[in-house]
Design a protein around this ligand. Structure first.
Ligand SMILES: NC(=O)C1=CN([C@@H]2O[C@H](COP(=O)(O)OP(=O)(O)OC[C@H]3O[C@@H](n4cnc5c(N)ncnc54)[C@H](OP(=O)(O)O)[C@@H]3O)[C@@H](O)[C@H]2O)C=CC1
Ligand SMILES: O=C/C=C/c1ccc(O)c(O)c1
Ligand SMILES: [Zn+2]
Ligand SMILES: [Zn+2]
Length: 382
């Protein structure tokens, strides 16, 4: 969150680095992965190239990778930016196999995680402020131009693969108290909800937060909200999730967004709302739940634009804010907080053979609450 001296040091380090071509003494190596080749999103095995471990790199054997709805948006080209073949995956938990000579923070055998980004410029205002997730030159973990690629034409390939090689600045430590399979989803879903809750003051005991959409992001938001000591109400399109939201996840309340009397009963009661809906919906009923000066934090990235009636915001002086992932320091802070407070994702662990079925189920909202691919035990190495 707050600017850190380590980020300033990282910026200086980047400025001193030789151009990427000179860093690449490495030989390439091949690993297996799963790729979508067109907007059908169907995933099939693919052999991909990983750079050898550079001086600042950490080589990681992928053990588990969560399936984020962004993976689904991307492989189906719903954001119109897919560069096929797409190897998704940015909720990566694994074990270090090798480190470059400048890497002192990690060693072979360490449990580590990688989230949504694998490079930033290190020199812009956002990077200097410790908000590298807003760097204009951010390199996402997959489907992003890869400045460090052995060839100049490739895009980054993510964690639906046997191994990744990542600059040390984008690797976080996973404490022993956090199970790797249930911890993997925190690398995207976890930090994406945790960072704005902290930044917008939705982490204060006794305050009331609403969570729109009880999916991968939403269920973790409920868990963090309760760990912060907040009153948490889920706002869902799925009446069938009521009991599990309250009994299993610990939510204090549950509103079906299409039930006007339930929604009316909670009007004007919430300090903030974390909106994780993956599809477009009318925003007006959600704004009505906020207290005057309440904040709606938009995290979901639906394919279609949202419609926001001006009176819903202007009356009551309400704020609509967006938030994208979190910084690396947010991510490490969130992971350490999760380990300390027993927060981890509720997952359905699947093998690589089940990934296409899982994508179909995710599209229908049929998952409790995150699919995680057991890469380590089920991905064939050739
Ligand atoms: N801002 C960021 O940095 C990030 C954004 N994202 C985006 O956040 C969104 C959620 O991701 P994730 O949690 O993985 O997705 P999930 O599919 O796991 O959960 C999304 C939830 O949205 C709700 N939902 C679905 N359709 C509608 C609809 N028409 N109206 C209202 N609610 C709906 C459902 O909950 P219910 O059944 O309770 O209604 C569903 O479970 C995606 O768009 C993803 O791309 C993801 C990661 C980072
Ligand atoms: O799941 C996380 C994805 C976040 C994201 C945000 C913005 C953007 O342009 C992306 O490609 C991904
Ligand atoms: Zn994600
Ligand atoms: Zn930058």
């Amino acid at each position: 969150m707050a600017p850190t001296t380590t980020t300033a040091a990282a910026a200086a380090e980047v400025a001193e680095k030789p151009p990427p071509q000179q860093q690449q003494q490495q030989q390439e190596r091949e690993v297996m992965g799963l790729a979508a080749h067109d907007a059908s999103g169907h995933l099939t095995p693919i052999r991909i190239t990983r750079r050898n471990t550079g001086d600042d790199d950490v080589a990681i054997k992928v053990l588990y990778c969560g399936i984020c709805h962004s993976d689904l948006h991307t492989i189906k080209n719903e954001w119109r930016n897919a560069v096929y073949p797409v190897v998704p995956g940015h909720e990566i938990a694994g074990v270090v196999t090798e480190v470059g000579k400048n890497v002192t923070k990690f060693a072979a055998g360490d449990s580590v995680g990688v989230g949504c980004m694998v490079n930033t410029c290190g020199a812009c205002e956002s990077c200097a402020d410790g908000c590298e997730n807003y760097c204009p030159r951010i390199v996402f973990t997959y489907n992003s131009v890869d400045h460090r690629s052995p060839t100049t034409t490739t895009t980054t390939r993510g964690g639906y693969s046997g191994a990744v090689v990542v600059d040390r600045r984008f690797v976080v430590r996973l404490p022993a108290a956090l199970p790797l399979d249930r911890g993997a989803p925190l690398l995207c879903a976890g930090v994406t909800v945790y960072a704005p809750m902290r930044q917008h003051g939705l982490c204060v005991p006794g305050k009331h937060v609403g969570v729109v959409g009880l999916g991968g992001l939403g269920h973790v938001a409920v868990k963090f909200g309760k760990a912060f000591g907040m009153k948490v109400t889920v706002i869902s399109t799925s009446p069938g999730k009521r009991e599990e939201a309250v009994e299993r996840l610990g939510a204090d309340g549950f509103l079906v967004s299409t039930n006007p009397s339930e929604m009316k009963s909670a009007m004007g009661t919430m300090h903030g709302i974390i909106n994780t809906a993956s599809a477009s919906t009318s925003m007006h009923p959600y704004f009505a739940l906020l207290k005057p000066k309440g904040k709606m934090i938009l995290l979901g990235l639906p394919e279609k634009p949202l419609q926001i009636p001006p009176f819903a915001l202007v009356g009551g002086g309400k704020t609509l804010a967006g938030s994208c992932m979190g910084s690396i320091s947010d991510t490490q802070e969130m992971i350490d907080f999760a380990a300390e407070h027993g927060v981890a994702a509720d997952i359905e662990l699947i093998g690589v053979d089940e990934v296409n079925t899982a994508m179909e189920r995710l599209a229908k909202g049929d998952v409790r609450y995150r699919f995680v691919i057991d890469i380590g035990n089920t991905l064939k190495s050739d």
